[in-house]
Design a binder for this molecule. Structure first.
Ligand code: ZN
Length: 288
């Protein structure tokens, strides 16, 4: 959805330089993260209070210039001050996406939740699911990512390259399948697997999406009477929940930020990421 030329940057931590003199929470020197979304206020989603899915949403770094810059001016209502480090604040926005998906899936402490994919978004879903008290199964093809997933709250992990996903999920759910499957990869195979593996009358939440159309055994939608849900961006309450979770030190921040680089070193590290994305979870660019 990005248009060019574009300044990147929608997962942001910053320190206020020129703040609100009447509000000590937003005074100079306070560290904040920010919501990168701008909604229209008029479309069907906005009217329903679901501005995260605004038809005309503009995200920093996507449809409007982002925060990979020394200074940026933002409306107060988009700022979230918190008792967190700059590194922790950088992680708030990517984690909100997973938190929103868990909210869409109506996850409770009674559920067994499987999360497909343990990148930044998947880790957010794992930590949100754990935060709700659900038993959480993390699925990925990379052992290092599964290890971080455990620290983020996964009670079980499945390396789907080495193990049979189907059998392992049945073993972990008394033969029923997970109550909720959250797909955070965006491949046709995993899109299909979500519908195939979820329990009867379960919920499937999709966050990413494949470039190509996906062919389904549509019988499963009806036979299992599934709730199939899309999840996009996040709402202010998701930001507040992530901040609360991070303030409780319930997330492996040091492991999730794979490296911190200067703006000068960013092109080189982005090339390394592009060549081998599996090596990185998040790369933080420090403009301070
Ligand atoms: Zn709208």
């Amino acid at each position: 959805m990005v248009t060019f030329p574009r300044v990147l940057g929608h997962e942001v931590a910053a320190t206020i330089v020129d703040g609100n003199s009447r509000d000590p929470e937003l005074a100079a020197g306070v560290s904040v993260t920010m919501s990168p979304y701008t909604s229209c206020g008029k479309c069907a989603s906005c009217r329903r209070g679901r501005s995260n899915a605004c038809q005309f949403n503009e995200t920093l770094g996507v449809q409007r210039d982002g925060a990979m810059t020394e200074f940026i001016r933002m409306p107060e209502e988009k700022l979230y001050p918190a008792a967190l480090s700059i590194k922790e604040l950088c992680l708030v926005e990517p984690l909100t996406v997973g938190f929103h998906a868990v909210a869409r899936g109506r996850v409770t402490g009674d559920d067994i939740v499987a999360v497909f994919g343990c990148g930044g978004v998947g880790l957010g879903a794992i930590s949100a699911s754990h935060f709700c008290g659900a038993s959480t199964i993390a699925v990925d093809v990379d052992d290092a990512k599964l290890e971080i997933a455990r620290k983020a709250g996964a009670s079980h992990t499945i390396n789907s390259n080495r193990n049979t996903l189907h059998q392992d999920l049945l073993d972990l759910t008394c033969g029923l399948g997970p109550d909720v499957v959250i797909e955070a990869i965006g491949l046709p195979e995993t899109f299909r697997a979500a519908v195939e593996e979820v329990a009867f009358t379960g919920r499937v939440v999709y966050i990413g999406y494949p470039k190509e159309p996906v062919t389904y055994e549509t019988r499963l939608f009806v036979q299992k009477e599934l709730d199939v849900l899309g999840s996009r961006n996040a709402l202010p309450e998701d930001f507040k929940r992530v901040i609360k979770m991070l303030e409780g030190k319930h997330f492996p921040v040091q492991e999730a930020v794979s490296t911190v680089v200067s703006i000068e070193d960013a092109p080189q590290i982005l090339k390394q990421w592009s060549d081998k994305p599996i090596r990185f979870t998040k790369i933080m660019v420090d403009l301070g």
